[in-house]
Structure formats: C-alpha cells, structure tokens
Design a protein around this ligand. Sequence first.
Ligand code: CA
Ligand code: CA
Ligand code: CA
Ligand code: CA
Length: 405
Amino acid sequence: MPLVAVRWTTVLAAAFVAVFVTQVGTFTNTVGVAGPATQVIVMGDSLAAGCCGIPYDERWATIFAEETSNDLVNLGIGGTRSYGLVDQIFDWPSGRSQSQLDEALSLLAEATPGAVSVVTLGIGANDWLWLRDPDGTFCAFTSTPACDDLVAQAVAGIEVNLHIALTELTAALEPDTHLLVMTYYDIWNQDSTSAMNNIILSEIAEHGAIHVDVPKFLSGHESEFISDDTVHPSTEGQRLLANIFVNAIPPDSDHDGLADVVEAQLGSDPDMADTDGDGLEDGLEILVYGSDVFDPDTDGDGCSDGAETSDNASQGGLRDPLNPWDFYDVAGFGGGPPDGVVDLANDLLGVIQHYSPTGAAPYDVRFDRGPSSGPNPWNMSAPDGVIDLPNDFLGIVLQFNHRCW
Ligand SMILES: [Ca+2]
Ligand SMILES: [Ca+2]
Ligand SMILES: [Ca+2]
Ligand SMILES: [Ca+2]
C-alpha cells in the first residue's frame, strides 16, 4: 500500500489536535449525553483494552469517554478473538466469571434506563492475524493456498461470532443507545482485512449499528499513526481513533466523518462533504491532514489540498497540504505568478540562472528550496539561503513537468 506523503510535524499535529479536541469538547453536551452518570461500554481486543506502553489516559477509549462525558467501562481484552468475545471466560488476569459479551449483557440488564449512552465494539483482526499454515508461514504476511483456506475459515468464524454478538447486543440495548462498530485499517494482509471488513459491514447493516470507519482515516497513514509494533496505534493514532469514534455519533448528514455538531462548531457545511470543493473531504482535512476546510489550497503553493494528498505525483500528489515548498512552480509565463506547471522556461531555467551555491548574487528566494524532508525528492523544505545543485537543480528536475491547480 502506498504511503501518502504527509509529513506534518508532531508539533503541528499536537497543536492541531489540541484545537480540535477543544472544539469537540464543547459539543459533547449537545449529543444527548446526560451528564456524568452515563456510561460508555467498550468491547474488543487490545485496540479497545489498550496496550503496549500507551498510558491509560492516552488510550482512545479513555479519550473517547472523556470527550463524550461518559464514564468508561472498558471490557476489552488484549489478544482476544471473536470466539473469545462470545465464549471465553478470562478468569486470569481479569478475574471474570463471564465472557466479554455476557458481561456487557449483564451490565446492560442491570443499568438504569438511559445509563448506557454508547457501546463500542471492535473485534476480528486477531482471528487471522496470527495464523500460520502447516509449513509455519505467517499468513498475515504471505498468501499461500493453505493460508488462504485458514484465513477464509477465520473470516467465516468472525461472521458467526459477530452475528451472535450484535444480535444479542441490539436486543439488549435501549433504542437511543448508540452501538458503534469499527472496521479495521489494513495491518498486513490487505485481502484478509477487506474480507473481514466486508463481513463487519454487512453485520452492521443487518443490525442497524453505526459504522466507525477507521480505515477511511488511517489507511495510507500508518507511518504517522501506527506504533513501532506495526499493529497498534501510537499516541497520535489513539487520539485519531478517539476523534473518529466521537465523530461517528450521529448524525453525520454528509457522511464525511465529522458529526453535524462538530461541523456546526467549525462552521463547515454539514450537508456538503467537501466544504471548500478541493477534492478532500472535511473529515480527512480535520482529522488527518490538519488542513483548512475553507481554503482549497491551505499552504498557498498553487496546488489544491485534494491534489496534494492524491497519489498521482505528476498531478501534484504525494505532497503535503501544509508544506508550501513541495511544488516547485516558480513563475508563470512572462515571469508572472506561478502557472501551475513545473516547466523548463520559467522554473528550471530560472533556477539555473540563479544558481549560486555560495549564496552570492543573483540570489532570488523564489528559486530556492531546502533539502527534501522525504519520502520523495520533491517533498522539499523551506529556502535555505543558497541555490545549489542537490536541493534546487535536482529538486526541480525531479518534479519537472509536474502540474497542479
Ligand atoms: Ca459531516
Ligand atoms: Ca475540502
Ligand atoms: Ca497547496
Ligand atoms: Ca504543499
């Protein structure tokens, strides 16, 4: 899977998320959450339970509960599978006497009316993630005929167990309790993940649950949001997941991944998925890229946010909508403003004309870029004061003829 070249800094991401969370924090009292007595019940595996060195307060479930003003009841169990959800009693280390599903059903049966505001469920990935075929091949990495059979069986098992879980949960829920069910970002084996997600989607539809579309936001951005273990979200990923879950609470009239109440806070159009018409949906702009939902070209480099985040490099893609230096279009015909194409006469010859590795005249900042900050050579950084061979001449040659508007 190609990684989209987004290279926003951690500082920028953190600053942006802080702003966003402040905004969602103000909406939580408007979604029918009736004060601190309500609960969210979180069910699932290690994605729900949290793991791998992420502190409790920084896990998505904790943040989600806080942002929706709910008390958290986290039933998640690391490593569990869909049959474990339904059948398995984890008496160690959790000391439980019921399966995770039965525990949730007990809580729902005992709850006073209105006490449970949201139930979330994420299950399935472990069913196939650790499968090995008889030769010891790790099926998550390699497709072999034996692995394909094993994965197919695992996916069929997910269907059976998810069907049981959703049937019993929906029967136990009050009508206004939100049941949020997530689909999975691709971890290793894309076909297996797709097969599993298709099962999950059909079960969601059958039971009238709410789809939490995690892959829509996370797939292609693994390098930003997945931790070094290659499976679990990093601290940034946990916050992203929390925001995705918060925004899945309906209504989201235009299905762009931002709840109507959040769009009301932002001022974006709740009935238009792409408020500024730049080809990038509002949810992706806000939750993933940190770009401006009102400005089609957030960084003002002449290339739209939608084009920069596409995977077509020659049309301006594989760039960063927050980096104004990664589309090396300098001057239009006759030396006017940028004309949307990195061409010979205006751009490449301009760099050659101003070539001056010692920083002497004729320096012109328009023809200067800093070194690439990767992953592609055209992902260049701010002017570094010299118009030289590696950053500028090669930098512009390697995006020669790229065009974007
Ligand atoms: Ca929306
Ligand atoms: Ca947009
Ligand atoms: Ca731009
Ligand atoms: Ca840019």
